[in-house]
Design a protein around this ligand. Sequence first.
Ligand code: ZN
Ligand code: ZN
Length: 181
Amino acid sequence: MSLLAKYQERVQHQHGWEVELQCPECNHVAVPKYDGWTASKAIKLGDTPTIYANLTCSDCGRDLKEAAGGKLKELFKDVAIPVRNKGLLYKFLFVVIGLPLILMGFLWAGVVADWWGYGAFGWLGLIAFITTPAIFYFNYNIHAIRFVCECGNPRYLSMGLLGRSYCYRCSSCAKCLRLRD
Ligand SMILES: [Zn+2]
Ligand SMILES: [Zn+2]
């Protein structure tokens, strides 16, 4: 398998919904009918839920996307982003923000001290060579977290987004996992 295919396999997720919802129309409480998913262009702010799954009441057929949003918030608002995920994010920010600043400072210092001319700023192009693989590397490792679960049979389904974090729930043990990439 090529490196890119391996990467895509790792970061892609399976959508699904396996949690009971109450229908606001007929009050029926059940796991809703799942009919694929639709991409959403919703603005992801704070703790706003974004539901991609097409969910309807198994009894009366009412759309349950809104009910699902409320449920997602309830399930995930207290779920912390794993320490390993946070560590990777901080390292990522260092690489894409910290390193370029350091490089820029170094080049500037050299211009001021007359070690080299302004042309040295061309070296800033190096940043693209650092950040592109860094994005791949960190996303890959962040999503690797989903491929292990305490229950020994990890099957994480994507339930949607809370703000900008991905909400996953293990089908085998119901554990909830929140990831940021
Ligand atoms: Zn209903
Ligand atoms: Zn599990």
